[in-house]
Ligand binder design. Structure first.
Ligand code: ZN
Length: 691
């Protein structure tokens, strides 16, 4: 759904007005976008002086933290820009300008390895330098034991990370029809969902390969056995004389899915598949597919899969059919349902060999970092403030809704908000350090923005493995991921029990903030702070909560709350300052395991690794089932697609996570999975998540 601000002209004026006047009228979320009533002059700061903070317990699940606030619509004509800016003040305005810029389409959703990703690193680097920070990295972006003491000369820490299985290469492609070699690329191709293997077998015609079409249509005899045979499969679904689908669009799309059809053929035991485009189809041509295109045909099968041209299929059929009928005739028989599985002559064989290699694609990313020098006794110790600067581009990475693939995901709250926070704090801390007495003892501060968080915390993990400062000297890491949507003055702080005495250190600061602070001793495990916990560094995660625009094209800059962000940043600033000056260093402590409520993740575990369903259809593809888990015991299999949880439809990963949050060990639910295109009900009994 597109956003249509009521008055487009206002988009060209400064963002604060847009936030105030238009964000509230965002059609997708009339109730929880930003704080929208203009605040009377001075009212906010007075309110904050009077307010006392409150510490509450973080909800059971990460996604449950989503404060709501009633929004008072504002008439754009009534807004005084001067008043708005005066009320916002310098920090909030600066923060908001950074968010506006980073969430601008020019930055292309900040996906790693893209032009937009490069611009993002340039942007952050420019401002870190402008605010007086020193480069955080040696020339090669990392500091090993040998390079210890090497001068830090760069603001960037380049790295690469792999996207699993993202590139497919055909090493061997051989196909012989009745002993006669066919030409790879001209007569046939190996498809991207093919396994490596060899075949030498006669052929069975399987029509469209549709097991369960409408009105009892099926391409397979109930007892069909294709073992030891090559399945010759028509693409698409039954067509009329004009080459148009015989079935309605929904049925055509559903039953014509290549992955579904090929899985059915494999399920009936086929040793290999030869796919051919039916000649004369109104939609789709007769061309052979490229390897990369055909990766979209679904999960890799366990058998060799080829596409042959209609000419080759015609020759094959004429030779192998005892009646000598060609492809057009066979297509017609399949269209009308007149034939099902038909074994062709055993004497005509297809021989083939495939070797297909899948490699992860390496993507280049870069963390960006600047150092604010400390001084005195504590100068060699550190406070780290970080946020990921990447997002999902046009829906390339991360748990996006497949419906939104291809659309720009601006990522204003996730995580232009945190990136802007790092920049504002760089400036504020620089100024504070400049103003501090010469003889003050101050820890050094490393301000960092991470790349490739959305694809799996790659940037922060790389930093944790290749730190440019000694991790043993880091007193505290503060991560900001999604701090742009403060509602009801309620922010969450996770990881408050990751250092001895940290909760006690934080308590007065949280109370002083005037905010309601929802705390959780452990981390969420969902953002870059987790990479620091893993190397024994105490780390906090600031988060203003979930909302409907999360990881969607609607996460636009005019939905964020600059005044709220300033309150969060003031609190982070106070904590950073306190930790930076405190004589004793914080020592990492594994937070106590929280059972039942008050945990950052679901209390139960299904036990699957979700995969990417390249067909972009609803459901969660099970890439791998882990042994001795609830999923394993329930009989869920690799390649299943989870489509329903009880009566609830599972559209994507987020739905699955939401459902998991609601269960405790011992609960039993019925999941519906699609297996080879057929719905199968499985009973899952949950166990406790092991720690
Ligand atoms: Zn994020």
């Amino acid at each position: 759904m597109a956003h249509h601000p009521p008055d487009d002209r206002l988009l060209v004026v400064t963002g604060a007005v847009i936030w105030l006047a238009l964000g509230c009228q965002s059609p997708q979320s009339p109730t929880d976008v930003g704080r929208l009533s203009p605040v009377a002059p001075g009212a906010r700061s007075e309110a904050r002086q009077e307010a006392t903070g409150r510490i509450i317990q973080f909800p059971q699940s990460f996604t449950d933290f989503a404060p709501t606030e009633k929004i008072v619509p504002v008439d754009a004509k009534e807004v005084s820009l001067r008043q708005v800016l005066e009320d916002l003040g310098e920090d909030a305005t600066l923060w908001y300008q950074h968010v506006q810029t980073l969430a601008n389409p020019f930055f292309e959703g900040r996906v790693p390895g893209s032009r937009g990703g490069e611009l993002t690193t340039e942007y952050v680097e420019f401002f870190l330098r402008l605010y007086g920070l020193e480069p955080a990295f040696p020339a090669d972006g990392q500091m090993t034991e040998e390079t210890e003491g090497t001068q830090r000369v760069s603001y960037r820490q380049p790295f690469t990370f792999g996207l699993r299985g993202s590139e497919t290469e055909v090493i061997t492609a051989k196909l012989l029809l009745d002993g006669e070699p066919l030409a790879d690329g001209a007569d046939f191709v190996v498809l991207g969902n093919s396994a490596s293997g060899e075949i030498n077998a006669p052929v069975s015609f399987v029509g469209y390969g549709i097991a369960d079409g409408p009105d009892g249509y099926s391409s397979f005899e109930a007892e069909a056995d294709l073992s030891g045979r090559v399945a010759l499969l028509l693409r698409y679904a039954p067509l009329d004389e004009a080459g148009e689908p015989l079935w309605n669009e929904r049925q055509y799309l559903r039953h014509g899915r290549i992955a579904r059809k090929m899985r059915a053929a494999a399920r009936f035991g086929a040793a290999a598949i030869l796919m051919v485009n039916p000649p004369g189809a109104a939609v789709g041509g007769e061309d052979l597919e490229s390897i990369q295109q055909s990766r979209g045909f679904g999960r890799k099968l366990d058998i060799p899969v080829f596409q042959i041209t209609p000419d080759v299929a015609d020759r094959l059929l004429v030779e192998a059919d005892p009646l000598g009928r060609g492809l057009k005739t066979w297509c017609h028989l399949a269209d009308t349902g007149a034939v099902k599985t038909v074994d062709l002559r055993d004497t005509i064989t297809v021989r083939g060999q495939t070797e297909v290699r899948r490699r992860s694609r390496r993507v280049a990313g870069a963390n960006v970092g600047g150092i604010l020098r400390g001084r005195g006794e504590l100068a060699e110790e550190w406070v780290v403030i970080g946020a990921h600067h990447d997002h999902v581009g046009h829906g390339a990475l991360g748990g996006i809704n497949p419906r939104n693939r291809g659309q720009l995901h601006p990522g204003a709250d996730d995580n232009a908000s945190g990136t802007a926070g790092v920049l504002v704090l760089a400036k504020k801390l620089s100024e504070a350090y400049a103003d501090a007495p010469d003889d003050a003892d101050l820890r050094s501060v490393l301000l960092l923005t991470f790349d490739a968080e959305e694809a799996g915390l790659h940037g922060s993990r790389y930093f944790a493995r290749h730190p440019s400062i000694d991790p043993a000297m880091i007193s505290l890491m503060i991560n900001m991921d999604m701090i742009g949507r403060l509602r009801n003055h309620t922010v969450s702080v996770l990881g408050t029990a990751t250092a001895e005495g940290l909760s006690e250190v934080l308590e007065p600061l949280l109370e002083h903030s005037g905010l309601t602070v929802s705390v959780n001793g452990g981390g969420s495990g969902r953002s870059d702070d987790a990479s620091f916990h893993r190397i024994g560094v105490p780390a906090l995660h600031f988060f203003t909560g979930m909302h409907r625009e999360y990881t969607s094209p609607a996460d636009q800059a005019y939905t964020v709350n600059p005044a709220g962000a300033e309150e969060v940043l003031d609190l982070v600033f106070d904590i950073a300052q306190d930790i930076a000056r405190r004589p004793e260093q914080l020592v990492f402590e594994k937070p106590p395991v929280q059972r039942g409520r008050n945990r950052g993740y679901a209390p139960v575990r299904l036990g699957i690794r979700p995969g990417m369903d390249e067909d972009d259809l609803p459901g969660v593809l099970v890439d791998e089932v882990f042994k001795e888990t609830a999923a394993h015991e329930a009989g869920i299999q690799d390649g299943d697609v989870i489509t329903a949880w009880g009566n609830e439809t599972i559209e994507g990963l987020r739905d699955l996570f939401m459902m998991l949050q609601e269960h405790t060990p011992g609960d039993t639910v019925t999941l519906t999975v699609l297996r080879d295109g057929m719905p199968v009900a499985v009973q899952v009994t949950f166990k406790a998540r092991e720690e």
